[in-house]
Design a protein around this ligand. Structure first.
Ligand code: ZN
Length: 475
């Protein structure tokens, strides 16, 4: 319901078209959204982003990013805006900004950086997008996106509605900036970083590392930095050309930065769920279920989504704390689906857990009717809801697979699955004699991570780090 309301507000905002002065260019442009509306929109979308992707659980790291951001804000073209900063709990490498001054970096992008000035450069680039109102302009190009899943067009609308990808905040993240926007944000980023006393040259080293690593967003619902901020060699050259001699005198602060990210979670965090074979385990919420071998699974903080290989069947699992009676809970959830036609319902027990299941057809004007089998399972303080979706014509083909998937839902008790811990970033002080590769080898770092870790350290694998230099490894 919240999501439907959000899109309604957005479309009513669109009606208030007017001409406004762009804060950066000083030129008049057709602006669909006033600054007040822009801030309101950002605030609404911020809640969606936080609930969908989760904020990283370290107040000191969040404070550190905010402190660097606050150093830059007074030097922007819109210093009166209240800027908000957050570290998102995902291994995806990205940084992005929402209208109104909401700026995010992922823990995945933080492990890539090697100095406070690199962080400042990325924040300054995002501040550039906010100040030039690029994201506001992008709103007029709003499209309904299909998340990285292979969900066929017949299912996409209803799928998007249930899974929340139809909400504005989430869609904004999938829109690509244009080359001109990127060029402008880079130039503003250099300007803001320099005025904030950070060496803007660090933007070059960071962009080069990103380029070497390629797009790391694969397999996650959040797109990566390179897919939303197209990075070209020309961009890097432009930034390089805009540097001046005195920039080198400015702050870089590698040690302060590295110490602030020491111990940060690296890669996927198994405590938030992981797949082994064709079983999904969630140690945090203590459950597991199995899914058909050729289906794709995507684990998000707010839900798990699955799709068949042909994209004609999908299942969404959502979890909510609720003390409501299962049948009442089921009716309130069904009421959120528009044009639903009740078919049947039953109470059942799944591996000893009380459950309630109902079947609906969902009518859509001039489109195939969808069928949804919704199963709510009570486990402890939580209700787990599986939405199994297909067209009503295809439903019988997938019904057995839906039933097997939901029927395999079980309490997770096995210690070996419950006690999985994530890998974390550690720092090693170099002795000035060993190469990066020797340091990796001695630390027990797996060989398949060497190349990536070298890039993450901004070095070549055969280079010798200086004495006392901090080297990143994972453990
Ligand atoms: Zn950008």
């Amino acid at each position: 319901m919240k999501k439907i309301l959000a899109s309604f507000c957005f479309f009513s905002l669109l009606l208030a078209a007017a001409c406004a002065i762009n804060p950066v260019s000083g030129k008049y442009e057709l602006s669909l959204i006033s600054e007040q509306q822009e801030i309101a929109l950002g605030k609404e979308a911020d809640l969606e982003i936080r609930s969908q992707y989760g904020v990283y659980d370290s107040s000191s790291l969040n404070e550190y990013v905010k402190k660097v951001g606050l150093t830059l804000a007074p030097h922007t073209h819109r210093p009166h805006l209240v800027y908000h900063y957050a570290v998102l709990d995902t291994p995806v490498v990205n940084a992005f900004a929402l209208p109104g001054g909401y700026i995010y970096v992922t823990r995945g992008i933080l492990v890539m950086m090697n100095s406070e000035a690199e962080l400042a450069a990325v924040l300054a680039h995002e501040l550039g997008h906010v100040n030039a109102r690029h994201s506001v302009q992008r709103l007029s190009k709003l499209l309904l996106v299909q998340i990285g899943m292979n969900v066929g067009s017949a299912l996409s609308e209803t799928f998007a509605q249930i899974s929340g990808v139809a909400s504005i905040g989430i869609q904004l993240l999938f829109l690509k900036y244009s080359r001109d926007d990127e060029r402008e944000a880079d130039a503003l980023g250099v300007e803001y970083a320099r005025k904030g006393s950070y060496d803007p040259g660090e933007m070059v080293s960071f962009f080069s590392s990103l380029q070497k690593l390629g797009d790391l967003s694969g397999g996650h619902s959040l797109p990566g930095f390179l897919s939303t901020h197209p990075l070209t060699s020309e961009r890097i050259q432009n930034v390089q050309a805009s540097l001046i001699e005195s920039d080198r005198q400015l702050m870089t602060k590698p040690t302060a930065y590295l110490k602030s990210i020491a111990n940060i979670v690296f890669g996927d965090d198994p405590r938030q769920g992981y797949v082994e074979g064709n079983t999904f385990y969630h140690p945090g919420l203590r459950f597991s279920f199995s899914f058909p071998r050729d289906w794709k699974l995507q684990n998000e903080p707010s839900q798990v989504v699955l799709a068949s290989k042909d994209g004609k069947a999908a299942t969404i699992l959502q979890v909510e704390k609720s003390s409501e009676n299962l049948k009442d809970y089921a009716s309130s959830k069904a009421a959120e689906l528009e044009n639903n036609y009740f078919i049947n319902e039953q109470s059942l027990t799944i591996n000893g857990l009380n459950s309630f299941q109902h079947l609906y057809d969902i009518g859509r004007p001039e489109k195939e009717t969808l069928r949804a089998r919704i199963t709510h399972i009570k486990k402890g303080a939580y209700i787990f809801s599986f939405y199994a979706l297909s067209t009503s014509d295809d439903f019988s083909k997938y019904d057995f697979q839906f039933g097997t998937l939901v029927g395999s839902f079980n309490e997770l008790r096995d210690r070996s699955h419950l006690n999985r811990q994530p890998q974390r970033l550690k720092l090693i002080q170099a002795n000035g004699r060993q190469t990066l590769q020797q340091i990796f080898m001695n630390s027990g770092l797996k060989k398949d991570l060497w190349a990536k870790m070298a890039i993450m350290n901004g070095m070549e694998i055969d280079q010798i780090p200086k004495q006392n230099q901090l080297v990143k490894i994972v453990r």
